[in-house]
Design a protein around this ligand. Structure first.
Ligand SMILES: *Cc1c(COP(=O)(O)O)cnc(C)c1O
Length: 348
C-alpha cells in the first residue's frame, strides 16, 4: 500500500467540473427542455451546431445515446450498418444497433488507417435484392479510441463518406473526441465533418463537462433525433443545470493541446522502460504494450493501481492511459516513476 495521491489515467471522463462550471450550473437559466423552454440548453445546441458547422444540434446525456439515436434515425430495421472492426459502436455499445434499431452490423478492418478506404467501402456496401439487405448507414470514428486516439486525416473521412454517398448511403461520424482530432490535425472541427451527415461529440471527456454529448446534423435529422431521444428515455427537463458547464466546455477546446503534450511525455517515459512499447500518440490516449516485459494487461493494470496510477486494460498485453485536464506534467512524471518501479519489480 502506498499513500500517494491517485493519478487517474483511466479515462478523460474522470475530469471534475471546474469552479467556473459549478458556478455556471448553479446560476443557469432553466426551463422544461422537453417543451424546448430551457434557454441554456437552447444556447448550447446553437453553439454546438455552430462549432461543427452544421444546421442543428441536440443535447444528450451520453455519447452512446447520441450514436444510437443517429443509427436509429438513419436506418430502417433489417438494414446493415457498416463500420470499423474496432469502432466504439461495434465494440463497446452492447450491440445497441441490433437491440435498439434492428440493424445488422458489418465490420471492416481498417487497421491503423482507422477509417476504411474508398475501395473497402465500395466492396462492403450491399445493395438490397432478394437475398441481401441494403446498407443503411456508414459509421466512422475520429479520433479512433481503441486504435490509440489516432487523429484521422480529414481526407480519409471525406473519401469514405463520399463512397457511401455515391451509393445513396448516409455517413455518421462518432467524434466522441472530435475536438482532440481537430487540435491534433490543426484544422477546424467543421472541416472534419464537412462530408458526413451527422456527428456525435462528447462534452464530458477532455472538454471537462460533468455530463453530456452532442448530436449534430441538418434540421430535419435533428427533429427526427429529438423524437428518438424521447423514445429512448433521454428527454430532460431543467437540463440547463448540466448544459451550462457544457457551454464552458465548448470554450475550452484549445486547452486539449496540453493533454496531447502530456500524453506525448507519458508515452516517451513509458516507452523508455525495458519491455514496454508505446507508439507516439496523436492525441490524449496512449497504448502501452507490455508483452516484451512479460506482463499481461490485467497484471499491469493491477500493479499500477497498487501504486496509485489508474489505467485501463485494453487487450491481452495492452493498457490504455488517457491524459486530461485534471493531470499535469508533474503528475505524468510521477506516474512514469511509479510505473518504472512496477516494471522493475516485475523483472526482479
Ligand atoms: C466515450 C466514447 C463514446 C461514448 O460516450 P459515453 O458518453 O461514454 O456514452 C462513443 N464513442 C467513442 C469513440 C468514445 O470514446
Amino acid at each position: 500500500m502506498s499513500t500517494n495521491e491517485f493519478i487517474d489515467l483511466r479515462s478523460d471522463t474522470v475530469t471534475r467540473p471546474s469552479t467556473a462550471m459549478r458556478d455556471a450550473a448553479r446560476d443557469a437559466g432553466v426551463g422544461d427542455d422537453v417543451y424546448r423552454d430551457d434557454p441554456t440548453v437552447n444556447e448550447l445546441e446553437r453553439r454546438a451546431a455552430e462549432a461543427v458547422g452544421m444546421e442543428a444540434a441536440l443535447y444528450l446525456p451520453s455519447g452512446t445515446m447520441a450514436n444510437q439515436i443517429a443509427i436509429h434515425v438513419h436506418t430502417d430495421p433489417g438494414e446493415e450498418l457498416l463500420l470499423e472492426r474496432e469502432s466504439h459502436i461495434y465494440r463497446w455499445e452492447l450491440a445497441g444497433a441490433s437491440k435498439l434499431s434492428g440493424v445488422q452490423t458489418r465490420a471492416i478492418d481498417a487497421s491503423e488507417r482507422c477509417v476504411p478506404t474508398t475501395e473497402a467501402v465500395e466492396r462492403e456496401l450491399v445493395t438490397e435484392d432478394l437475398h441481401r439487405p441494403g446498407t443503411g448507414l456508414l459509421s466512422l470514428e475520429n479520433t479512433h479510441n481503441y486504435r490509440g486516439g489516432i487523429a484521422v486525416p480529414t481526407a480519409h473521412v471525406d473519401a469514405a463518406a463520399d463512397a457511401a454517398h455515391d451509393a445513396g448511403v448516409p455517413a455518421h461520424l462518432d467524434g466522441a473526441r472530435l475536438f482532440n482530432a481537430a487540435v491534433a490535425l490543426g484544422v477546424d472541427a467543421s472541416e472534419i465533418v464537412e462530408h458526413v451527415d451527422s456527428v456525435t461529440f462528447c462534452l464530458s471527456k477532455g472538454l471537462g463537462a460533468p455530463v453530456g454529448s452532442i448530436l449534430a446534423g441538418d434540421e430535419t435529422f435533428i427533429e427526427a433525433a429529438r423524437r428518438v431521444r424521447k423514445l429512448f428515455g433521454g428527454g430532460m427537463r431543467q437540463a440547463g443545470m448540466i448544459a451550462a458547464p457544457g457551454l464552458l466546455a465548448l470554450e475550452g477546446v484549445d486547452r486539449l493541446s496540453e493533454d496531447h503534450d502530456n500524453a506525448a511525455r507519458l508515452a516517451d517515459g513509458l516507452d523508455a522502460l525495458p519491455g514496454v512499447n508505446v507508439p507516439e500518440p496523436d492525441t490524449n490516449i496512449i497504448v502501452a504494450d507490455t508483452e516484451a516485459a512479460g506482463i499481461t494487461a490485467a497484471e499491469f493494470v493491477k500493479a499500477c493501481s497498487d501504486v496509485d496510477v489508474g489505467g485501463g486494460e485494453f487487450d491481452t498485453h495492452t493498457t490504455r492511459f488517457t491524459t486530461h485536464r485534471d493531470v499535469d506534467a508533474a503528475d505524468v512524471d510521477a506516474a512514469i516513476e511509479r510505473i518504472a518501479n512496477v516494471v522493475e519489480e516485475h523483472a526482479a
